[in-house]
Ligand binder design. Structure first.
Ligand code: DGL
Length: 269
């Protein structure tokens, strides 16, 4: 059995490309469709209702494109809209939270885990409750880092300003001696080098993009919906505004050409 339908992936902007990059590495023959909601980024300081509405509009677009599954490559949407989407649609929908939690628990040796995320992700408590559900003895230090998102969208990834901002955000994690830090926003791996510079060498950064790829492979296997093609899959990229800005930034952190980026209009249904 071979299922050549595409995998749909979405984020508020360029951040989900960190997930796409990993998925392409492990599943090079699958067709993929990426949507970045660049007209409405950031999601991280918006209400649950709005995030659910935006996530629904994007999911309906991906379903109209015949996707066989959806990867919510956005921690904010995974925290606040995943269950909502699963209750509405029957195709498999995977988020990034569970994968990051499993990985962080594997990595920690002192049980002090830091979680970086947007305001909405941190306020939702999604990471903290999942971590504690798995291991009640884990200490969680949460930190919202809202300025990382515009830095990533602008491609302003290294140097004095990003490092100063990272210093301020990461101080509470340093004081708490965390040894494992979840990058709980898909934009943050783009700033990995700057974040590493501020943290002691023993601290492991958990990139949920890497971790979620394994979950997607599992789902395709279980449902027997993987492709058996041996030619590289296509990639279609869509944004809701400024495709050229998206292409410019995207080039800096995906290992393959993203091709033409098309603009779509999303509407409440
Ligand atoms: N990249 C997203 C996340 O993982 C959202 C960032 C934002 O739009 O605020 O949370």
């Amino acid at each position: 059995m071979s299922d050549s339908r595409p995998i749909g992936i979405f984020d508020s902007g360029v951040g989900g490309l960190t997930v796409l990059n990993e998925l392409k590495k492990y599943l090079p023959y699958e067709h993929m469709i990426y949507v970045g909601d660049t007209a409405r980024v950031p999601y991280g300081n918006k209400s649950k209702n709005l995030i659910q509405q935006y996530s629904k509009e994007i999911s309906e677009f991906l379903i109209s494109k015949n996707c066989k599954m959806i990867v919510v490559a956005c921690n904010t949407a995974s925290s606040l809209a995943l269950e909502y989407l699963r209750s509405k649609y029957s195709l498999p929908i995977e988020g990034v939270i569970d994968a990051g939690v499993d990985e962080a628990i594997k990595e920690t040796t002192n049980n002090h885990i830091g979680v970086l995320g947007t305001h909405s992700t941190i306020q939702s408590g999604a990471y903290e409750s999942k971590l504690k559900e798995n291991r009640s003895d884990i200490h969680v230090i949460n930190q919202a880092c809202p300025l990382f998102v515009p830095l990533a969208e602008e491609g302003w990834l290294e140097g004095e300003i990003p490092e100063k901002i990272a210093n301020v955000y990461l101080k509470p994690l340093l004081h708490a001696h965390v040894d494992s830090v979840i990058l709980g926003c898909t934009h943050y791996p783009i700033l990995k080098r700057t974040i590493y510079n501020v943290l002691p060498e023993n601290v492991k950064l958990v990139d949920s993009g890497e971790a979620v790829s394994q979950k997607v492979i599992q789902i395709l296997k279980q449902n027997k919906t993987g492709t058996s093609s041996k030619t590289f899959g296509n990639l279609e990229c869509y944004v809701t505004d400024l495709p050229s800005q998206f292409s410019r930034v995207a080039k800096r952190f995906v290992d393959f050409p993203i091709g033409e980026v098309k603009t779509i209009e999303l509407h409440p249904s």
